[in-house]
Design a binder for this molecule. Structure first.
Ligand code: PHE
Length: 339
């Protein structure tokens, strides 16, 4: 037994001396020290050793285990170090290499206009709300005083999903949601995407509107005019002249179309404003009492006004872009010029 242990120790030392990688080292650890390993086998055969020899043999086995364990641990440390060194030498950093400048993202020109509109309106006490883009006919038309057979429906080439459900053609649908859920007095604005089957240089099937609605006691046309004049001068500068022209929308009465001095030529007349000096920017008006009543608001006590600029048009004007589609083609070179 004694001899066998010494032989085992010699053999283990030899095998360890030629081991030069972590995986075979682990195999050796299992072979020598594992549960099915050679040293465990010695312990198992202790039962055949005469009693008087047991303490001595036991000690020998323990010493052998200790020695092999130490050798394996030491070798493991060395091999790990070697692996790390190799890895580090492979990952050398060339500090003379020129660095890559990361490209910086920018807010889309359209969203800058949205942000500006929201900032101005929040400053005037408006709350921002949103509504669904897939909408019931009721919210997009009927509750806005546009019944099924109303000719005003023809102005908005609507994408219908079913008889009753459509892609909203105007953010005015959010007016109805607001009136149904909020108690006057309130002031809301609602930015969002709108859809119409229309496509040319100034129309896109997906476009953007910004709806505003104020409902309170004693709201009059004066409030509408002053608020919108204020908003447009915040957007285009103090010297902006604002013009209100009579118009028609089924959900407002009276209705107006609002123009502002062309920001491109300052009112002198240019290509962008077709020589008129003015740009048509939004529709607005006093909320039709019928519309208030349909959503459960007492039109004898409350009045209101609404307005709804086309945001794509505003972005075209602000950035002097002749074709609206250019904004959605995602040509980075073009968008970069609008920073
Ligand atoms: N929703 C109208 C349109 O798309 C604009 C509008 C909004 C008019 C609010 C009056 C009041 O043409």
């Amino acid at each position: 037994m004694e001899k066998k242990i010494t032989e085992f120790l010699e053999k283990a030392k030899q095998e360890l001396a030629t081991c030069n990688a972590l995986k075979p080292l682990n195999d050796l650890r299992v072979k020598f020290l594992g549960k099915q390993g050679e040293l465990t086998a010695f312990l198992r055969s202790m039962k055949d050793v005469p009693n008087e020899d047991k303490p001595k043999i036991g000690q020998l086995i323990n010493k052998a285990r200790q020695e092999v364990e130490e050798k394996i641990n030491e070798l493991q440390r060395k091999l790990e170090e070697k692996v790390l060194e190799e890895k580090l030498s492979r990952q050398k950093v060339d500090i003379t290499e020129p660095s890559k400048v990361p490209e910086k993202g920018e807010i889309h020109p359209l969203h800058k206009v949205f942000d500006k509109l929201i900032d101005c309106c929040v400053e005037m006490g408006f709350t921002v709300v949103t509504g669904p883009e897939i909408e019931y006919d009721y919210y997009n038309f009927e509750a806005l005083n546009v019944p099924k057979d109303h000719p005003a429906r023809d102005m908005q080439d609507t994408f219908f999903i079913s008889d009753n459900i459509l892609m909203r053609s105007q953010t005015s649908s959010v007016q109805v949601h607001a009136m149904e859920t909020m108690k006057p007095p309130f002031r809301i604005v609602s930015p969002g995407r709108t859809y119409r089957a229309d496509s040319d240089a100034t129309h896109s099937p997906v476009f953007h509107q910004f709806e505003g609605l104020v409902v309170d006691e004693n709201i009059s046309m004066i409030d509408l005019k002053s608020m919108l004049t204020n908003l447009l001068s915040m957007l285009f500068g103090e010297n902006t002249k604002v013009r209100f022209r009579p118009s028609y929308f089924p959900f407002t009465e009276p209705s107006v179309e609002v123009d502002a001095t062309c920001p491109s030529c300052g009112g002198k007349g240019c290509k962008l404003c077709k020589g008129t000096g003015f740009m048509e920017l939004l529709g607005a008006g006093m909320v039709n009492p019928k519309v208030l009543e349909m959503s459960g608001i007492d039109s004898k006590k409350y009045t209101g006004f609404a307005f709804g600029p086309g945001v794509d048009r505003l972005a075209m004007v602000v950035n002097k872009i002749p074709d609206l589609r250019m904004m959605f083609e995602n040509d980075i070179k073009f968008l970069e010029q609008l920073k």
